[in-house]
Design a binder for this molecule. Sequence first.
Ligand SMILES: C[S@@+](CC[C@H](N)C(=O)[O-])C[C@H]1O[C@@H](n2cnc3c(N)ncnc32)[C@H](O)[C@@H]1O
Length: 262
Amino acid sequence: MVYSCALWTGEPDEDLEDAQIAKLAWHARSAQAHGASRALDVGCGWGAMVRYLATESGVGEVTGLTLSSDQAAVAAEGAPANVEICLQDWRDHQPKEPYDAIISIGAFEHFARHELSQAERRAVYKSFFDKCRQWLPPGGRLSLQTIGHEDFDPASGTGALFFADIFPESGLPQLSDIVQTAEQHFRLVGFRNDSDHYERTLTVWQQRLEAHKDEAYEMVGRETYRRYVRYLRLSRAMFGRRLSTLYRMVYERRPDGGTDVS
Ligand SMILES: C[S@@+](CC[C@H](N)C(=O)[O-])C[C@H]1O[C@@H](n2cnc3c(N)ncnc32)[C@H](O)[C@@H]1O
């Protein structure tokens, strides 16, 4: 129940489940969440990351934010008692205390719609990093995973299909949008560009969907199935041709007023 790019480690016989767990572990490690008192997952989906933080990383209190009531219900069901799921936009989130670590996987793409101007999108990204700065102490870490666009024009034919048909409320950042809007409060301490990991994840998703075609027909009908397979095929081609790419970025909050080394 994870629907974002996995992290393929290159181990022999690695399957998608292994690679998704490797991704959760990578973000927990990168955010230095192990044994932390409080951690936040912005865009927690069905709850895999919050559960991992509460169980594998031994975090004291874990909060997950999602905009989907279905996800909130599933994520909360059977979660350990120290996990709180909020059906809430990060813009409205007001934690009772700061967090030690923040993780956000596959949500940044949904923060600013593609039809906004670059200045408007950057204003949204800046307000996200401002919030993360408020929620973390100096030295606290944010581990962020997002799709970005490289040479791809979001207004092109492929882009139009993506945004009109599949992800109408989304918009992909360019690397410079992220770097410039984060840098006032955060230093970049880790960076990976893993477009080939998304290509492989999408390949497995497509194979599995096609292998369960009849069940999918029954659940959602032929038309939705057909559109979804087209989306997976197109997405895969976009990562394969490096038109879009997958960033994993680790940010550390700067101290207030800069660092004095005198
Ligand atoms: C593609 S899903 C990824 C879910 C999960 N992180 C995963 O990897 O499976 C994006 C998630 O971000 C959430 N999201 C998008 N915009 C959000 C916002 N403004 N505030 C809080 N959550 C948001 C969605 O509700 C959804 O849970």
